[in-house]
Design a protein around this ligand. Sequence first.
Ligand code: COA
Length: 257
Amino acid sequence: MDFVRVEREGDVAVLTIDRQEKLNALNPQVTEEIGQALLDLESEELRAIIVTGAGERAFVAGADIAAMNEMSPLEAKRFAEISNASMALLDRSPIPTIAAVNGYALGGGCEVALACDIRVAAENASFGFPEVGLGILPGMGGTQRLPRLIGPALAKELIFTGRRISAEEAKDIGLVNRVVPQGEALSAAKDIAAEISANGPLAVRHAKAAANRSLDVDLVSGLEYETDQFSLLFSTEDAKEGMGAFIEKRKPQFKGQ
Ligand code: COA
């Protein structure tokens, strides 16, 4: 792969988008490589995937404008489809995904972050959807995931104005989970991954599936799904271990079984 690299630290994988001379902008090859890297990780026993951008300046400065400027409508459709397939591998991944936003997260960059479960931002990070200023619109899930995350009114304001916001403002509106000093986004994401890793792997997986379901279905159906996931976990050794360890006043040793 030319623009994506994956490093493993124990049971956490760090996927870095690395196209620094273009501030990690996403052309079709980059989004395809993101998808391929995520598919490759699916067979591994991981507890979290962290996504970040190479260098100090950008997480991802958006879809590649020069590449899009050359696209026919059909090529644009294909680009959006491939990109959306890659984004879906992040939010539909059975394990938690965390965006470590280390700089500009604009347009497609913001959309990569939105496809992750959790977002950590360095204080120099900025967020925005400049697409309408280019005569296009967010095409990697932004119009769908942003309203679900921060509500339609604020989402529409950001998408219609293209205004860029700071990491702090992004935190205030619920777009990012936490803001950390410059240079510390990746280590903060690793800290969250370590907290997740201490818990039952199957419990976290099923909790993610249930939380994801809440975004797709009505409350009654979502609660039924939650009940199914909840009761299913009672068939696992991890549930016996976790609850038993509490009663025996010791730390649980989860096996993912
Ligand atoms: N697509 C293609 N190339 C991009 C890009 C993008 N989204 N974002 C940055 N680049 C390229 C620049 O063209 C420049 O390339 P060059 O050195 O060959 O000219 C390089 O990355 C560095 O960017 P530059 O604009 O010189 O940096 P800056 O610090 O002056 O500005 C930004 C940084 C992020 C504010 C600015 O690059 C920008 O506005 N980018 C586009 C953001 C955008 O609209 N994203 C949504 C696209 S749908």
